[in-house]
Design a protein around this ligand. Structure first.
Ligand SMILES: [Zn+2]
Ligand SMILES: [Zn+2]
Length: 163
């Protein structure tokens, strides 16, 4: 979606609300199996002393896959949005978003915010115990029969020694 900012670009104190659903095509991550609905953003762009700022919230409901144990889990991400929109690209401040004429490409801006905030690890819970390196059992469901827990680095070594 493109947002026309004509009416506030030259108007300090001006403000324009927006609501926008995001196309999930560009938001494809290996650890996200599906979006339960289209990510949704709501907020406003306002002109403060001649500078355009965007603020709002982006909400995404996702089905994710735990990087450690492989289980599926549901996750709701609520991302506070903050961005500055400028008229011309600046090499010194590449993180700013640039107006295209009187408009801003909201899809691009929101997708970028979403991607930049994406967690590097998807875990079903913070203390996910993962899978036993020897038997593959999901250790969140209880201890396996292997006895002591094995450091995955040693497990590889042990497999070699078994041969
Ligand atoms: Zn897990
Ligand atoms: Zn085991």
């Amino acid at each position: 979606m493109r947002l026309d900012l004509r009416e506030i670009i030259e108007v300090p104190g001006g403000s324009k609300d927006f609501e926008c659903e995001l196309d999930t095509e560009r938001l494809d991550f290996p650890s996200i199996r599906a979006y339960q609905s289209r990510p949704f953003a709501k907020g406003r762009v306002y002109n403060e002393a001649g500078v355009l700022h965007l603020e709002g919230t982006l909400t995404a409901e996702m089905t994710c896959i735990c990087d450690r144990c492989g289980a599926e889990f549901n996750s709701v991400k609520e991302l506070p949005l903050r961005a500055t929109i400028v008229e011309e690209e600046s090499e010194e401040l590449p993180e700013l978003f640039v107006l295209d004429g009187n408009e801003i490409d909201l899809d691009e801006l929101l997708s970028t915010c979403f991607i930049l905030d994406m967690e590097t690890k998807f875990l079903c819970r913070e203390d996910c115990k993962g899978l036993c390196a020897r038997c593959g059992k999901n250790l969140n469901l209880g201890p396996c029969g292997c006895g002591k827990e094995i450091d995955p680095r040693f497990a590889v070594l042990e497999q070699l020694l078994d041969k």
